[in-house]
Design a protein around this ligand. Structure first.
Ligand code: PLP
Length: 395
């Protein structure tokens, strides 16, 4: 069961973002145990896929072992292969860039815009029009000579990327769009659920996501051929299940019935979780707006954000302390926070990949701090966080 929510003490920290497990999880998982359907086929896998399909309005959904696997397979479905290039934002969790490398392709890191911190469509435009040549329906990076094969926008922190200009460019240069909506389940762009706007979308259900299956992922698409390919590749590319004939290299990337059972229970709560996240964000906005040097996250009029991970910026000059300093102070009070991810163009793991800009991502890395925002965060805890942040402001 979830720990009791009581005021934070030394023994009872305020965590950054923990799962909310208060529904039918026990019932459905027990059903798997009682019936013996625990592995990667079973009624809950089908139900969970259907639940995602209905929620997002996508034509097809394929459950996967995690979000990274979903991205890997989505890239393969989109035809990305060795020595291709894929546009990925400079700042995100590393998984999409790694997934690009699994295919043998290279990420090209595109800086984010300053207001909503998402992949900057203007940078995408500049790179595709000026940094590439389009000949015989193929786009080639002028600097590396490699084929540009896809765009992979990542909707970070529960907010949407400005997709329309990206879709327009994708259409013009005939590039597939793979949406990393792993942090965006429940969020919308111009009233369209994230994950369904590009050609194929990916979700994650790891422990800190808005719903969790412990670990898990999902691919959604309106393209029946790609969905079929995704199902095929995630089940070891089995062409004949009786004789075990495999015509391609596949992957063991399916979700188990046990995890899907948890997913079904979590999906029943998703709308409530989104409402709770938005309530928490609004309460933080109301109170932290009064603290000089704390810059609040913006919500674009085009986006319905889940504020999946509520993230502030700490302006050192105005606040009197930098983001890392504040993180340490809050840790001393048992309040867990986390800076944003190291920009990928600075990551030693991706040192050989090209980048377009990166200054905005660097600034976000310096200043961004995610603060406690679990769905079940009690107001008493939230008040403690606000009071602690306010207490260190020197101006
Ligand atoms: C933006 C982003 N992409 C991909 C992933 C990978 O998902 P998973 O951890 O389920 O592999 C995550 C989360 O971990 C993520 O935040």
């Amino acid at each position: 069961m979830q720990p009791e929510h009581s005021p934070s003490t030394t023994d009872n920290p305020i965590p950054l973002c923990i799962p909310e497990i208060q529904g039918n999880e026990w019932l459905y998982i027990k059903d798997c145990l009682d019936t013996g359907w625990v592995s990667s086929v079973g009624a809950y896998v089908d139900k969970f896929e259907n639940a995602l399909r209905h929620y997002t309005g996508a034509g097809h959904a394929v459950a996967t072992v995690n979000g990274t696997a979903a991205l890997h397979v989505a890239l393969l479905c989109a035809g990305v292969g060795p020595e291709d290039e894929v546009l990925v934002p400079c700042i995100t969790f590393i998984a999409p860039a790694n997934a690009v490398r699994y295919t043998g392709a290279w990420p090209v890191f595109i800086d984010v815009e300053d207001r909503y911190w998402q992949m900057d469509p203007q940078r995408v435009d500049d790179f595709l029009r000026r940094g590439c040549v389009y000949r015989n329906r193929q786009l080639t990076n002028k600097t590396t000579g490699r084929r540009v094969a896809a765009i992979l926008p990542v909707h970070i922190l529960g907010h949407a990327v400005d997709m329309d200009p990206i879709l327009e460019l994708a259409h013009r240069f005939e590039l597939p769009v793979i949406e990393d909506a792993t942090e965006g389940l429940g969020a919308k762009y111009k009233n369209r659920p994230l994950g369904t706007i590009g050609d194929i979308g990916c979700f994650s259900f790891n422990g800190n996501k808005i719903i969790t299956t412990g670990g898990g992922g999902m691919i959604v698409s309106n393209n029946p051929d790609w969905a079929e390919k995704a199902r095929y590749l995630t089940t070891q590319a089995k062409d004949n299940p009786i004789e075990y004939i495999h015509n391609e290299i596949g992957y063991n990337y399916r979700l188990t019935n046990l995890q899907a059972a948890m997913g079904c229970a979590q999906m029943e709560m998703l709308d409530r979780f989104v409402a709770a996240k938005r309530r928490i964000a609004s309460y933080y906005n109301d109170h932290l707006s009064k603290v000089k040097g704390i810059i609040l996250p913006n919500e674009s009029p085009d986006t319905f954000s889940t504020f999946w991970l509520y993230t502030i910026r700490v302006n050192e000059r105005d606040y009197g302390m930098d983001c890392r300093g504040l993180m340490k102070k809050l840790a001393n009070r048992n309040i867990q926070t986390r800076p944003l991810w190291q920009p990928l163009h600075c990551s030693p793991a991706h040192a050989s990949s090209p980048k377009i800009g990166g200054e905005v991502a660097q600034r976000l890395f310096n200043e961004g701090l995610s603060i406690p925002c679990s769905v079940g965060l009690p107001t008493t805890h939230q008040k403690q966080v606000i009071q602690a942040i306010d207490s260190y402001a020197t101006n």
